[in-house]
Design a protein around this ligand. Sequence first.
Ligand code: FAD
Length: 447
Amino acid sequence: MAAMYWFRRDLRLHDNPCLLKACQQNDMLLLVVIEDWHAQSTTRWGYTRKGPHRLAFETQALEGLAQSLQARGSDLYQVVVTDVHDPVSAGVNALIDVAKRMGITTIYCEALFAPDEQREDAQIKNAGLTLIKTDQSALLRASELPFTIDKTPLMFTEFRKVVESTDLVPNAPHAAPQRLPTLPSVDGAMNALRLFRSSGTVALPEFDERSAFPYQRAPWTGAEAHALEHLVRYFGSDLPQTYKGTRNGMLGTDYSTKFSPWLAVGALSPRQIYAALVDHEQQFGANDDTYWIWFELLWREHFRLLMQRYGTRLFVRNGLAKQPQPLNTNLTDKKAQARLEHWIAGKTGQSFIDAGMCELAATGYLSNRMRQNVASYLVNDLEVDWRAGAAWFEHALIDYDVSSNQGNWAYIAGVGTDPRGGRRFNPAKQARDYDPENTYQKYWGTA
Ligand code: FAD
């Protein structure tokens, strides 16, 4: 009998143990992604969840995946979503329908922990199907951490120290399957499935050659092959040797690792990065700069665990705060909306902030330094609800990741895990410190 493998945020063949398991346990395997209607639905703030850059980058990742599957004698199908009445459940309902029509009773997929994905899992189980999941885009094995998920330390420093006090190291990444099981006949699910073919379906946004992550050009596309090429290129270079000193940069492709967009679509796993980091340290030497790459990956890990621990609480205005957050009662909804729109358009009048927002809109990527600054400005200076900013990042970023995004926004808004109760960045001082010659602001045309 055939089974189904459902690709979610793991658009890769390497280091995909759940896919390996599905290949080993089945003679016939249908490989699918769900047509992403939910992402096209409009949020309460007035924009879609997935903007043109993210859509284009993810389409590149899917295209790369389909080609790799074809090279191994299989192919990628897309589940067609017709009833979009409830955008969250529509995709999975269509998936369940396909499984039932084809007599499939087992679905394999990666385990995800945000509330929408948890709801999807529950729908599949409620439909009487067997769901086999693997948590495979984390750095560490959650079951071996010296605490249970509900006891994950709230503060990053405490979390890091606890992890580093153990001998825990990431698993070695798995090789990609050489061959894939035969595809079952899809005759029973005609019209509910189509072969994934990207050509012509998504228009690439205009290419901006100023981009710090020029994904419209090889070797920066979302495909797994380009992720692997970047991994080899980055760790084969001197860049990791100076990472800690350059990571607060804002211009060019080299100041930080630039792994995040591939991590977000799952074209790369953090274990692959760790393995390449260890190889680099053996070859070129380990120092504080190379250690800092591990340190930053731990931030990602911490936010993933906090999403598992707190779920929906990371989406409410009060976040993890114990006390209700004070609201500016003079700020009407209309005024807040106008401020939000100026921020999005890079027209706040604060040229450092506006430069960051212009970069984000033009390229779908933004440095960590600028993310912190623009987020703080929206929350602390414009006094707009942090969740509107998080939702704009969800729309705009090619590396959008639900745990890192909600976690970082909540942190800056003072309703997350910052022991100092939120971060207020002074944009004038930040500009003096990080853009003393106005180079960045001139680059983006705001100074
Ligand atoms: P590097 O500096 O090279 O870091 C290496 C890796 O470490 C990154 O790829 C990422 O996986 C991880 N990392 C680094 N900093 C952080 C951090 N603060 N939190 C979590 N992981 C981190 N990152 C996302 O991947 N997706 C998001 O949606 C996202 N939203 C953010 C929103 C705000 C308001 C802020 C302040 C930060 C956000 N970040 C997000 C974290 C960080 O800005 C990006 O991961 C980083 O800039 C990506 O570029 P890089 O891969 O070159 O990072």
